[in-house]
Design a binder for this molecule. Sequence first.
Ligand code: NAD
Length: 356
Amino acid sequence: MPTIPVPALEQICADTFERAGSSREEAVRVARSLIGANLTGHDSHGVIRVPRYVDWVKTGDITPNQTVRLIVDTPALAVVDGRYGFGQTVAPEAVRVGVAKCKATGLAAVSLRDAGHIGRIGEWAEMAAAEGLVSIHFVTASGSILVAPFGAAERRLSTAPFSVGIPRDNAEPVILDFATSLVAEGKVMVASQGGKKLPAGALIGPDGELSTDPAELYGPLVEGGPRDSMKGKGAIRAFGEHKGSGLAFMCEILGGSLTGTKATGPGRRFANGMFSIYVDPRRIDPEHVFDADVARYIAYFKSAKPVKGVTEVLVPGESERRMRADRTQNGVPLSDETWEAIKGAARNVGASVPAI
Ligand code: NAD
């Protein structure tokens, strides 16, 4: 398992996207965003996606160097059409629109529709938090039907992620960021390749039996063969029983139906839709209690006695921050298969491969 220093990883990923058709600026932005997911420990949304992104450009599913179109533009509300551009290009544009409106009004909502894959949603909450704003994001991965609702043995949902960002004065923000499925699809893929096993009950078969067998998602597994999530008859389960399934439903409705992306369904082209709400704590809190109370509550929350085997109670975003510090310094560990696939994608478009 090679560990790739961040500069070398950025070079091969950015060169690959540039050769595939992106401007240098976009290529570096997409590379940094994917590497950012690896740095925070979310390998399922990191550089493992490079070959798939390059394929999407080739098939026309993603348009490089796209600009967004502002469809609705009122003082507190915007609808931003991502026009199937790279998510790492159109999502930050939508966030910038929301930040500017929120700073002017104290409260803003932005619907981002038809974006290419926007990766780790926490990145967009972090961007708003860096501007001192609270943000809430409901997302659909429309067209990617993978998850069974509570009480069902059949897929009807995407992994529909949700994120909330809380800015702090002179401290790191609090960032909650997760898929509403029990596990991300990337984790099922890792398990199907002999990696870490899935937690009990992560999947459900068409017969309604709980399972940890990746074949439920991909169909009969061939060693080294492709993994197509449309081949399996089972599903990933929504997290949190009826409550998580309900939150996933709302991510589909708000991130999908409300943004114009449309909620997940058969025959749909893949797109992320994101409905975001921005609040300026300085405007809503003229008595300045917010930041001090967040600090007080974090300390109180973390003071809870940990259960056996847990050394510390963590607030959202803490585990990612620690991982980022470690991997930024020591490099990103990749499976042999992932590193070979990235090198293959680079060679296919004529990009250079760094010697590691
Ligand atoms: P996950 O299960 O690792 O959960 C992450 C969340 O749990 C974070 O907020 C983290 O700070 C918190 N957390 C982790 N360990 C903790 C602990 N010990 N104590 C307290 N809190 C803890 O995340 P996931 O569901 O696997 O999602 C992975 C990534 O995939 C996310 O970044 C998500 O946005 C992304 N995603 C994107 C899409 C898309 O379509 N773009 C779809 C699905 C998921």
